[in-house]
Design a protein around this ligand. Structure first.
Ligand code: SAM
Ligand code: SF4
Length: 329
């Protein structure tokens, strides 16, 4: 098991497949100048599958989420999913993507064994999309979403971050649109994980702000109160259901006490928290022919050192050196 000193057990593995991306979301990446990981430092497809195998067969991981950067930019993605689907016990597998290119790959991913996707989309307005992502790809994302839905990667979830002065008035519109298409919308509070270190608590759109604006237009009933468990999203039924909306209040209502995550970066480092400032190198062990037991032991040690919380509320909080795109969101 991957257990820490607070008794939390990590069963949910986030694997970053690349730090590169075809968008430049302002809350994630700078316009230019971000240094990419060098190719030789990236794990190969074989190395990734071996680490997931160790996590699933020796360490109790039951869910694997592929992320990045943009995971669809990884040429071997379908093959990685296929090989992970053959593991015993088979992990549940999902993908977090900006949706660009999903139109072409959704079907193949489904056939390879992917269970679900989360597609990030912050706005329904192409001009605002261009401002927020610095790229003119809004229609690609919409087509990617439709393809995922058609391929049966259900339920398709949509992740949205609201930014002051850009799309903070769009919550109700986004929800009405998601409900009409059968997508499950989740709002994520903006976290201090941007490469430019430009995050400010003041002015940040909080879960309370989002709920207030949604309640102007919808009746929201808390779903399964007190049953949030390790799920980061608190969920509400929309107008009596069955449609739902989620809010991930990582900053204003952190859920660290129930965290069940472990993370692997594209260059083979284990992170026990999004906000961790330390990492544990598994790549060197992999490449020096360490046996599975040794790698599993290093991973367990990495998780044992997990802190109680993200430390966001601590005046001495320091943002991690790596941005979200390099950690794997
Ligand atoms: N490129 C893919 C995507 O955008 O879905 C996967 C990686 S991205 C880092 C994963 C998720 O993190 C996205 O939903 C994105 O909106 C979110 N994200 C990125 N930076 C964030 C930040 N500073 N605060 C909150 N969420 C953030
Ligand atoms: Fe790329 Fe996702 Fe970061 Fe946007 S949030 S820049 S899509 S990695």
């Amino acid at each position: 098991m991957l257990i820490d000193t607070y008794g939390r057990v990590a069963t949910d593995l986030r694997v970053s497949l690349t730090d590169r991306c075809n968008l430049r979301c302002t809350y994630c990446m700078p316009e230019e100048g971000l240094q990419w990981l060098a190719k030789p430092d990236l794990l190969t497809d074989e190395e990734i599958v071996r680490l997931i195998d160790i996590a699933v067969t020796r360490l109790g991981v039951t869910e694997v989420r592929f992320t990045g950067g943009e995971p669809l930019l990884r040429p071997g993605l379908v093959g990685i999913v296929e090989r992970c689907a053959a593991l015993e016990p088979r992990p549940k597998m999902s993908l977090t993507s900006n949706g660009i290119g999903l139109e072409r790959t959704a079907e193949a991913l489904r056939e390879a064994g992917l269970d679900r996707v989360n597609v990030s989309l912050d706005t329904l307005r192409p001009d605002v999309f261009r401002e927020m992502t610095r790229r003119n790809r809004h229609s690609d994302v919409l087509r990617g979403l439709a393809a995922a839905h058609a391929a049966g990667l259900a339920p398709v979830k949509v992740n949205a971050v609201l930014m002051p002065g850009l799309n903070d008035d769009e919550a109700p519109e986004l929800l009405a649109w998601a409900v009409s298409r059968g997508y499950e919308l989740r709002f994520i509070e903006q976290m201090p994980l941007d490469a430019q270190h430009g995050w400010k608590r003041e002015g940040m759109i909080t879960a309370a702000d989002i709920l207030r604006s949604l309640r102007d237009r919808f009746e929201l009933t808390p779903e399964g109160e007190g049953e949030r468990g390790s799920a980061p999203a608190e969920r509400w039924l929309v107008d009596g259901g069955p449609a739902r909306v989620g809010v991930i209040a990582s900053v204003s209502r952190p859920f660290c006490g129930a965290c069940d995550r472990t993370r692997l970066t594209a260059d083979g480092q284990v992170r026990n928290c999004l906000f961790a400032r330390e990492e544990t190198d598994l790549r060197t062990a992999l490449r020096s022919a360490a046996p599975d037991e040794e790698i599993a032991r290093l991973w367990q040690e990495a998780m044992w050192g997990k802190k109680a919380g993200s430390g966001l509320d601590d005046p001495s909080f320091l943002q991690p050196d790596r941005p979200m795109s390099a950690i794997g969101g």
